[in-house]
Design a protein around this ligand. Structure first.
Ligand code: NDP
Ligand code: DGY
Length: 328
């Protein structure tokens, strides 16, 4: 671990873009300890690092539970996560202790929406399969029936969770000539009109969509939402895309649906666990495109996330406004 600066102790659980580290080190109020590695902090090092800390800057791969909070002790004023998702944190335990929480909404919305479109198109138009055929000599000629997929033009797309990212995905889909844009969630969205979004029941969305995109948050209600019953209602020609969290999907049921031809294909940016073991059954399927949680992975977005996470941390340490405080 590296120690820099002094005063209030802050533990940073990973090597993060310099933007955030510079903000912390130039603040003059923090003594920064860091797990200075690209790989996740081992649990024992997390517990050692957080001990006595006033601030914790963590990642979505760190489980922040009662044990971490108890080990940190009463100094801990603020937890700032380098993510918009906060399902890795025990919010009830955190709130009970009066600890403030920062997260990184908005700055990653465009990058994640872009990646979703890339994944959807790659899956529907079978791009990874095509690349593989070029490399392995399977490309013998232009063939009328070979490697055909599904297009967005004239299609019905269903978005589960029309939040910041869901709306940004919808905006990008419309120019492809999507005919109907359905969405489901807990509440009707006033800004859905901008994308001609129709609020429908989950059942209607699942059975009527040619493409389903999952962009909701992971909560007890959404955990395992996409299961056998869900996939059985989908069209045989439909494409399923998940950029939310792996746990929204029952992966055994998804495997069966893909293998049996119940649904056409799936594109997953998120899985359970992460990383997905290389011998996982889903990776044996040609109609399943799995990428390693790349939604926000552009240089500039990760830099902005890092800076925002650092500013959130400083706000919490100093008892001032945090640019993005999680208040719900
Ligand atoms: P928002 O809070 O803006 O959106 C979350 C949406 O989830 C809301 O529209 C909410 O709808 C919806 N939702 C909540 N519960 C349900 C439910 N039971 N059924 C259907 N929808 C529901 O968050 P963001 O758009 O900024 O981010 C969404 C999620 O995307 C994050 O929580 C994270 O897990 C994931 N993410 C993944 C990334 C990646 O790299 N793959 C990158 C960034 C985020 P309502 O308002 O009606 O409750
Ligand atoms: C998040 O922020 O929740 C994403 O999953 C990673 O950017």
């Amino acid at each position: 671990m590296q120690a820099v600066g002094r005063m209030m102790k802050v533990f940073v659980t990973r090597r993060i873009p310099q933007e955030g580290m510079k903000i912390l080190s130039s603040s003059g109020v923090t003594e920064v300890c860091q797990w200075d590695s690209d790989e996740p902090v081992p649990r024992a090092e997390l517990l050692t690092g957080v001990h006595g800390a006033h601030g914790l800057l963590c990642l979505l791969s760190d489980k922040i539970d009662a044990e971490v909070l108890d080990t940190a002790g009463p100094n801990l004023k603020v937890i700032s996560t380098l993510s918009v998702g906060f399902d890795h944190m025990a919010l009830d335990e955190i709130k009970k202790r009066g600890i403030r929480v920062g997260y990184t909404p908005d700055v990653l919305t465009d990058a994640t929406a872009e990646l979703t479109l890339a994944l959807l198109l790659a899956t529907a138009r079978r791009i990874p399969e095509g690349v593989e055929e070029v490399k392995n000599g399977g490309w013998s000629s232009w063939k009328p029936l070979w490697l055909c997929g599904y297009g967005l033009s004239g299609s019905t797309v269903g978005i589960i969770g029309l939040g910041r990212i869901g709306l940004a995905i919808a905006r990008r889909l419309l120019p492809f000539g999507v005919k109907r844009l359905l969405y489901s969630g807990r509440t009707v969205k006033s800004n859905a009109a901008e994308v001609n979004g129709e609020f429908v029941s989950l059942d209607a969305l699942v059975s009527e969509s040619d493409f389903i995109v999952v962009s909701c948050s992971l909560t007890p209600e959404t955990q395992g939402l996409c299961d056998k019953t869900f996939f059985n209602k989908m069209k045989n020609t439909a494409i399923f895309v998940n950029i939310s969290r792996g746990a929204v999907v029952n992966q055994e049921d998804l495997y069966e649906a893909l293998k049996s031809g119940q649904i056409a294909a799936a594109g997953l940016d998120v899985t359970t666990p992460e990383p997905l073991p290389t011998n996982h059954p889903l990776l044996t399927l040609k109609n399943c495109v799995v990428i390693p949680h790349l939604g926000s992975a552009t240089y500039s977005t990760r830099g902005e996330m890092s800076a925002l996470a650092a500013r959130n941390l400083l706000g919490g340490l100093q008892g001032t406004d945090m640019p993005s405080e999680l208040t719900a």
